[in-house]
Design a protein around this ligand. Structure first.
Ligand code: DI6
Ligand code: FE
Length: 402
């Protein structure tokens, strides 16, 4: 396929830097599921000129967007907690009273794998409609070996049911279920590590995540889990410094984590540790917004230290019922003061890094032909609009969406 007359945001800046990498009046050559060539129309090699042409009439074309942090598989909803928080209850208070994540655990345990898939697909369709071609999906609402496996199987089936790549993350260390109350060490050994081994044996795990927080797990609790991930050859990531500073990001960085996520309470030491390890900072403005948080993640310090920042939805029923990547980008700009260029790098180049994927996130020869075509002529438009997503169409693995 030959895409013509595109306003191309390649995300390859000048001389190996990162940035929009804009090329006006550009062409993209796609062979199979890969990009074969991209550049100005005027420089299109003659060999490609007879390919079947798809004229995008000047529209903006970007890499397909990547949502590198979602909890898209779950049952039930938590609208009643939303009402309680508006009346003054905090996220922590609701969690300590047995609500929060644990109320979604009850609903998710009661659901079948088919049911979980059926409930996830409409959410995934919304992410796709906001330009996503790759999404990460975490477990973490099962909290038994069988229920964690059920969630991961449902997550894998999303990728067979929709034109989207799904990367699965094992997050059994998300909360301590009532039957293990006060026994975090036993829970990690008997459920988190056991379910990780079983899920890995079934090919269901691309990465291992955990929630490091006073209402969840300490770094000491998590050390054996991360050691197991290493033994299995799996990369780790961590929900860190979302509500308090537990030194989670530095702990994750010491384990060579792909990413540390949330980071509102990240310390200068945490920033330095992430910079040294090359750990991506995944910022989640949907959770900041929903919880009406006032502590901002240290964006200027991360930028200064050269830590790559990714932007994701954190799509989940409690802290971030957000199913639009372009709205996440808007919030990252308005709430966290990212530039629209940083926001787009955050859902392309840096999101790919946060998932350990080297074959996508930019438009360049040999990378996957995952593209988003927008009714827009400047990439800042993707972050600027609120609610309305200007997606025109997508190309997924070389195929145009029907
Ligand atoms: N932090 C979050 O924001 C999500 N998980 C986590 O560890 C929220 C999950 C939920 O409230 O259901
Ligand atoms: Fe999360």
């Amino acid at each position: 396929m030959l895409l013509t007359h595109a306003t191309l945001a390649t995300m390859n800046g000048p001389m190996g830097t990162e940035g929009y990498g804009l090329i006006p009046d550009a062409a993209v050559v796609i062979e199979g599921d890969r990009i074969a060539w991209a550049g100005p129309m005027a420089e299109l090699p003659t060999a490609f000129r007879s390919l079947p042409e798809h004229d995008v009439a000047g529209r903006l074309v970007t890499p397909g967007l990547i949502d590198c942090h979602t909890h898209a598989v779950f049952a039930g909803h938590r609208a009643v907690e939303f009402e309680l928080r508006l009346q003054g209850a905090s996220y922590e208070e609701i969690a300590r009273a047995g609500g929060g994540i644990l109320s979604t655990v009850t609903a998710t345990r009661a659901a079948s794998e088919d049911d979980l898939l059926a409930r996830a697909l409409p959410r995934v369709d919304q992410l796709i409609a906001s330009g996503a071609t790759t999404i990460e999906v975490k477990s973490g609402y099962g909290l038994t070996v069988e229920d964690e496996l059920k969630m991961l199987r449902a997550a894998r089936r999303i990728g067979r049911s929709r034109p989207v790549t799904v990367r699965t993350t094992h997050l059994a260390a998300h909360a301590i279920p009532p039957e293990f109350k006060g026994r975090a060490t036993a829970y990690i050994a008997e459920v988190a590590i056991s379910s990780l081994r079983a899920a890995h044996a079934e090919g269901l795990v691309d990465a291992v995540d955990a929630f490091c927080e006073t209402i969840a797990f300490s770094t000491d609790d998590l050390a054996p889990l991360f050691a197991e991930a290493r033994a299995l050859g799996l990369p780790v990531k961590l929900h860190a410094e979302q509500l308090t500073d537990q030194g989670g990001a530095a702990f994750a960085a010491r384990h060579g984590a792909l990413s540390a996520d949330h980071l509102e309470y990240l310390s200068p030491e945490g920033v330095a540790a992430m910079a040294a390890a090359g750990t991506v900072a995944v910022i989640l403005p949907g959770a900041f917004y929903t919880l009406r948080e006032s502590q901002l993640p240290p964006i200027a310090a991360l930028r200064e230290a050269g830590v790559a920042m990714a932007v994701a939805t954190d799509l989940n029923p409690g802290s971030s019922p957000l199913a639009s990547l372009t709205l996440a980008m808007n919030m990252a700009c308005t709430l966290f003061r990212l530039t629209p260029e940083e926001a787009l790098l955050g859902t392309t180049v840096h999101a790919a890094r946060a998932l350990g994927l080297a074959d996508r996130g930019r438009i360049a020869p040999s990378l996957r032909a995952d593209l988003a075509i927008w009714d827009a002529d400047h990439p800042a438009e993707l972050s600027y609009r609120i609610g309305a997503t200007p997606l025109h169409s997508r190309i997924f693995g070389g195929s145009l969406d029907a």
